[in-house]
Design a protein around this ligand. Structure first.
Ligand SMILES: [Zn+2]
Length: 78
């Protein structure tokens, strides 16, 4: 899952906090990825590594946050 896909999912309110079930508001990267390298060398297996992010609920009264390499698990489809 690319960082852009994570951004889009959050912007589209498709990532849901498992604690309060409201849309997750933000994220932080906690490890650098090799996106910059991929731009130059077209390394296809990069996407399978996933993005390492901390998902942050950010809704009032909810302190949930979680580090994950699999942020797609928090995406719900309509
Ligand atoms: Zn929450």
């Amino acid at each position: 899952m690319s960082l852009q896909a994570i951004k889009d999912a959050i912007a589209g309110k498709k990532m849901i906090c498992p604690k309060c079930e409201n849309p997750i508001q933000s994220y932080e990267k906690y490890a650098e990825t090799i996106d910059a390298v991929r731009d130059g060398f077209n390394i296809l297996e990069v996407d399978s590594l996933g993005e390492r992010v901390t998902l942050i609920c950010g809704n009032e009264g909810c302190a949930w946050k979680e580090r994950t390499e699999y942020p797609m698990e928090f995406i719900v489809e309509d």
